[in-house]
Design a protein around this ligand. Structure first.
Ligand SMILES: CCCCCCCCCCCC[C@H](C)C(=O)SCCNC(=O)CCNC(=O)[C@H](O)C(C)(C)COP(=O)(O)OP(=O)(O)OC[C@H]1O[C@@H](n2cnc3c(N)ncnc32)[C@H](O)[C@@H]1OP(=O)(O)O
Length: 383
């Protein structure tokens, strides 16, 4: 796998850093999640795939020293706390990079390491709001709506941070040096939205929220309800594809206003709405599948594995517990990801194993455990 041999320490966090760690693990890195000793055995991290867990009390001097020892032999440290937390633990970048100049120290936060909000709490919706993008999301005359917590937490956070880490790993091959990655979800989300800024001159966003080409305003770029209460997604932007949409709907373009006449969009939408309500989703799929009309079914999470296209590509995987999840993307031809199919680790399940691997003696580990600086949980004790 592409990241085989890369050793990552991921300090346990909420959603973005666990996803970043899971990406690295899916593509072959050895990821050790560092949990608190008093966490529940069942971690909040639902993205522990392929990771091992150690439970370490970072509020103790020995706990900090253990983490420092692990960092000396690691390639990447991924930390998810607000600015200042690592410094107050004595684990700031200056300290860890002076001990291991090759370490890549990735800091995945909402607001970044500087600026007015750097020490403030926040969540995805706050980061997307500050990025400018939330102002563009939602329906006409309604409040902005956040698209689940996908945009900042996962796209602008987990994925962008993983990109930063892989770029830093690549650069390190030449320079032999690590570096600090300041991955702000506000900036990551905004960066993903570069098209929104850079396409303003095309007039794509000149109207109010929900009235533009790609924000639900256009009747040929939105969803429609079908006879059986399901939905179809329509993305027939270009005239040649729009023509195919009209063909499928059995409409004659000469009976309709022009595609790009903004003022006629409500009328066109009404006609399309009435049409789509006349057939079931399966019937529409039968009509549109294999055409260039850019019309697809809105598939639910439960239906996703059964869809023929996804099936043919094996786009979703099932783990040993029968849980469905997306297969890691993208597909690398020679060194594809090979996601682990076993269950996620319990908190502290691998403390003993990992500390032994990193050179601690059985006696030291036992002493740390007795003094509450680490916790070792065995799978047996969880049953
Ligand atoms: C009814 C309950 C409802 C809860 C439901 C929860 C469901 C979750 C579902 C996922 C939701 C995802 C949502 C939408 C998100 O947006 S997640 C993204 C959140 N934001 C970020 O990750 C950005 C960066 N992080 C942060 O800003 C903050 O960590 C936070 C998320 C606001 C949380 O703040 P807070 O809990 O105060 O933590 P921090 O200030 O970061 O400090 C962490 C404290 O924990 C300590 N700590 C850490 N590891 C250890 C350890 N191993 N051992 C001992 N202590 C440890 C740190 O030292 C620090 O302690 P202290 O400085 O506070 O004393």
């Amino acid at each position: 796998m592409a990241l085989a041999g890369v050793r990552v320490l991921e300090l346990a966090g909420l959603a973005p850093a666990p996803f970043c760690g899971m990406i690295l693990s899916d593509f072959g890195a050895q990821v050790i999640r560092v949990d608190k000793i008093n966490s529940s055995h069942f971690p909040m991290d639902t993205m522990g795939r392929g990771k091992r867990s150690i439970a370490l009390n970072l509020k103790s001097l020995n706990g900090v020293d253990i983490l420092k020892s692990l960092c000396k032999k690691s390639d990447v440290l991924l930390e998810p706390f607000r600015h200042g937390v690592m410094e107050s633990l004595g684990l700031g970048p200056e300290v860890l990079l002076s001990e291991n100049p090759k370490l890549i120290y990735a800091r995945l936060t909402g607001f970044g390491q500087s600026g007015k909000y750097a020490r403030s709490a926040g969540h995805d919706i706050n980061y997307v709001s500050l990025s400018g993008l939330l102002s563009k999301l939602g329906k006409k005359h309604e409040n902005p709506v956040s698209p689940l917590n996908l945009l900042a937490d996962f796209a602008g956070g987990g994925v962008i941070c993983a990109l930063g880490i892989t770029m830093a790993l690549l650069e390190r091959v030449q320079s032999g040096q690590g570096q600090v990655i300041d991955s702000s979800m506000v900036e990551g989300a905004a960066y993903l939205g570069s098209f929104v800024w850079k396409s303003q001159k095309l007039g794509l966003w000149s109207r109010s929220r929900g009235e533009n080409l790609l924000d639900g305003g256009a009747p040929f770029y939105c969803t429609y309800k079908t006879l059986d209460g399901k939905y179809m997604a329509v993305g027939a932007l270009e005239p040649q594809f729009y023509k195919e949409l009209l063909n499928g709907l059995n409409l004659d373009s000469s009976d309709l206003p022009s595609q790009m006449s903004f003022s006629d969009w409500p009328e066109i939408r009404k006609i399309f709405t009435e049409k789509f309500e006349q057939k079931t989703q399966a019937e529409w799929c039968h009509i549109f599948d294999g055409t260039d009309a850019c019309v697809t079914p809105v598939v639910s999470l439960n239906e996703v594995t059964a869809h023929q296209h996804n099936k043919e590509r094996g786009s979703f995987i099932i783990n040993d517990q029968g849980e469905v999840s997306p297969r890691p993307a993208p597909l690398l031809s020679r060194t594809p990801a090979a996601p682990d199919t076993s269950r996620d680790p319990f908190v502290g399940e691998h403390t003993y194993e990992v500390l032994s691997e990193y050179g601690f003696s059985a006696k030291e580990i036992s002493n740390f455990q007795t003094s509450g600086e680490i916790a070792c949980n065995t799978p047996k004790s969880q049953l």
